[in-house]
Design a protein around this ligand. Structure first.
Ligand code: DC
Length: 228
């Protein structure tokens, strides 16, 4: 059996509460929180800025080679991580629904996945990481010691996202939001490389009936009971 590493992976579709839960788990364990979705968002943002034609492989490779990503820990406990692309602070702009769709599009491109997977593996090489994403338990860290897959019905996830956007004084069209979530799920699950899917050795938690704190507690319990 391959050696397990002190890595927690938390995967699942959008809107299951992964980010908040991953941050809480990382804090409780004093591990580093790795937001892999933020990396796809940042690359999507930059490729859009440069108007790169995704079908032009040479142009895509050239652009990717030039992209320098820096991730900084959140300033406030509840904040998202700081993300800089080529020195520019994109922490806020990458969080819009449009950039979610863009991230999903670029995440289906093989050169993008290759670059970000390598970066993530380098960041996690020393262990003590809580990695959050879609493929962290299947592709990025297949030897992680503790793997979780969070799930919830699309309607539950839409309602959570709507509440979150409203709390930021943003206008919300619930039907449109639901359709975006369903489309993103389909895109993430049906792409040929590293599709969103549960690792066979991951613990599945349905977050629909649990509070955020309840899910975090459940995860910490599993980790405690399965110490390496
Ligand atoms: O977790 P998020 O909503 O910030 O992710 C944005 C998009 O990035 C998501 O639709 C799919 C993609 N993604 C991915 O393909 N693999 C990951 N490990 C993380 C995110």
């Amino acid at each position: 059996m391959s050696l397990k590493r002190e890595i927690v992976t938390i995967d699942g579709p959008s809107g299951v509460g992964k980010s908040t839960i991953s941050r809480q788990v990382a804090r409780a364990l004093s591990f580093t929180y790795l937001d892999t979705g933020a990396m796809y968002r940042a690359v999507g943002f930059q490729l859009q800025e440069e108007e790169v034609d995704f079908t032009d492989e040479a142009a895509l490779e050239k652009s990717l080679q030039m992209i320098v990503l820096d991730l900084l820990p959140a300033v406030e406990e509840e904040d998202d991580v700081g993300v800089f692309v080529n020195g520019r602070d994109v922490s806020k702009v990458i969080r819009s629904p449009e950039m979610s769709m863009m991230a999903s599009r670029v995440s289906a491109l093989s050169p993008v996945r290759k670059k970000l997977t390598h970066m993530q593996q380098a960041i996690g090489a020393k262990g003590k990481i809580v990695a959050e994403g879609r493929d962290t338990g299947t592709v990025v860290f297949p030897n992680a010691a503790w793997k979780f897959y969070l799930d919830a019905a699309p309607e539950v996830r839409m309602q959570r996202r709507a509440d979150q956007l409203r709390s930021q004084d943003k206008k919300v069209d619930e039907e449109e939001l639901l359709q975006m979530i369903i489309k993103r799920d389909n895109d993430d699950q049906s792409r040929t490389i590293a599709p969103l899917c549960k690792a066979s050795d991951a613990h599945t938690i349905d977050t629909g009936a649990l509070t955020i704190d309840g899910v975090t507690a459940a995860i910490l319990r599993v980790i405690q009971e399965n110490s390496i």
